[in-house]
Design a protein around this ligand. Structure first.
Ligand code: 4BW
Length: 147
């Protein structure tokens, strides 16, 4: 409890530690799944944000949902990768954060999601808050309190 009351988790905002949009791998709603899988495999991430053509956040997409689409009963149906689009399998049911939200609010959300998308008031994508950045900040605060 001390960790939360005395340190800066409530003073730091999401904007202080988020990964900004220009450094985040993403795909677009109108990309074929082929392209999305390529981005996921080449970036090494298991899921990435999905944006619309005006760079507003639309949801997320991960490797598992794409692979599920092409696993047939007897063989891989790879041709589906060029026939299906990101908009058909996107996960739209995701939490979001605002830049001005506290890190404590972010901590609460990353318990159930490895990363949380950050948007502005109009829904434009600003970046992501990851478990890694939250944990790094908490570790820093812990050692600053101790010594
Ligand atoms: O390419 C990577 N570089 C580094 N430095 N770490 C990586 C990389 N790929 C994975 N990791 C590590 C991170 O600790 O594995 C964790 C789980 O990755 P994930 O979920 O399952 O692909 C990473 O944890 P994290 O940094 O807290 O990131 C949580 C999730 O946020 C990732 C990924 O889905 C997303 N993500 C992180 N950075 C991203 C990103 N998505 C797009 N672009 C980025 N720059």
């Amino acid at each position: 409890m001390d960790l939360i009351q005395d340190n800066h988790l409530t003073q730091f905002t999401v904007a202080d530690v988020m990964i900004s949009a220009d450094k985040v791998a993403h795909v677009q709603l109108n990309n074929p799944l082929e392209h999305a899988l390529l981005v996921l495999v080449k970036s090494g991430y298991s899921a990435v944000p999905v944006l619309d053509t005006s760079y507003k956040l639309a949801g997320t997409i991960g490797k598992t949902v794409i692979l599920n689409q092409i696993i047939g009963l007897e063989h891989f149906e790879g041709e589906k990768l060029s026939e299906l689009y990101v908009r058909e399998v996107i996960n739209e049911d995701i939490p979001v954060l605002k830049k001005e939200d506290t890190l404590l609010k972010g901590l609460d959300k990353v318990i159930n999601y490895p990363f949380i998308c950050v948007v502005d008031d109009e829904g434009y994508f600003a970046g992501i808050l990851t478990r890694r950045t939250i944990l790094k900040q908490m570790k820093r605060d812990y050692y600053q309190q101790k010594y």
